[in-house]
Ligand binder design. Structure first.
Ligand SMILES: C[S@@+](CC[C@H](N)C(=O)[O-])C[C@H]1O[C@@H](n2cnc3c(N)ncnc32)[C@H](O)[C@@H]1O
Length: 190
């Protein structure tokens, strides 16, 4: 059996970390696959905040969620995830990023290191203890390798006393395939 893709592994790991009633963020809605996954987990008592800079992406994601009967669990934000701290003040159980460009969309509209780092930094504050940050990174497009490097450097700079971090990364000839970074905010001892 082939090894799981980074996106599949992110879903498997987050499925165990997000109880019903959680408030979570999909920082890059795109076609809404991740939004639908998160909306299923949080249940009717939870909330997903979904961000994307592309209105067309949000509209198609909204349609997907409506067809699945999950639209009411999502608050849609048309704008960059770098405004996360201004738009959301709920304590968050998970924040999910799937970086790069929208497959089938405008490849010029990519996430960038500066705005991604601003959003990651806000996410690290808003996450509850036990909360998880999940980031799928792509190196194959122009700017992707620099963004991936910047995010890895940022995540390694998190205080090791309060965060555990991990990376799932392909090796060898598939090294440009997506990789997954995870950061879990550990409960502080009283
Ligand atoms: C790889 S796609 C996301 C795929 C999506 N999670 C899914 O399940 O279909 C990356 C998305 O990030 C969006 N994006 C780019 N810059 C952004 C920003 N600053 N804030 C929020 N979304 C952004 C793009 O418009 C694109 O839809």
């Amino acid at each position: 059996m082939p090894l799981p893709r980074a996106t599949t592994l992110a879903h498997r790991i987050l499925a165990d970390q997000i109880p019903e009633g959680s408030c979570v963020v999909d920082a890059t809605v795109g076609n809404g696959h991740d939004t639908e996954f998160l909306a299923t987990l949080v249940g009717d008592s939870g909330r997903v905040h979904g961000f994307d800079v592309q209105l067309a992406a949000l509209q198609s994601a909204k349609e997907r969620l409506r067809a699945a009967g999950l639209d009411h669990r999502v608050r849609w934000h048309h704008g960059g995830h770098e405004s996360l701290a201004d738009q959301v003040d709920d304590p968050l159980r998970a924040v999910m990023f799937n970086l790069g460009y929208l497959p089938g969309g405008d490849h010029a509209l990519i996430t960038t290191a500066a705005t991604t780092l601003r959003a990651c930094s806000s996410a690290s504050v808003l996450l509850v203890e036990g909360g998880v940050l999940s980031i799928v990174l792509y190196r194959g497009h122009p700017g992707g390798a620099e963004e991936a490097q910047a995010v890895e450097t940022w995540i390694l700079g998190l205080d090791a006393a309060h965060w555990s971090v991990a990376r799932y990364s392909p090796l060898g000839r598939r090294r440009e395939a997506p990789s997954l970074l995870l950061a879990s905010k550990e409960p502080r001892l009283a």
